[in-house]
Write a protein that binds this ligand. Sequence first.
Ligand SMILES: [Zn+2]
Length: 112
Amino acid sequence: MAEPLSPGATATLNALLAGPDPVSSALRAQIPHARVTGRCGCGCVTVDLTVDRAAVPPAPPHNNPAADAGYTVPDFPGVMVLTKDGYLSLLEIYSVSDDPITTWPEPRFLDR
Ligand SMILES: [Zn+2]
């Protein structure tokens, strides 16, 4: 399975990885080369990502998660970006409720 990123996932990645630092810049450059290669079993919008490694270089060494943020709206979930070998590997949304989050909240609500 390999699907393009949804507009919501793309917007969320761009918002989480905004910034001039080398890690954010390198990871942002990978977004157009990332494909969805897996999904969370619970039905939420969490996606496994695979980047075309021939197309873009890995990000410099960095912490994992590479980025994470909550939302400014109460009861909204949080999100984080994980990498593997310097490449985007997971965009995960985590919820405090038992109900899976089935649509990406608008990035303007990100608290970062
Ligand atoms: Zn899930």
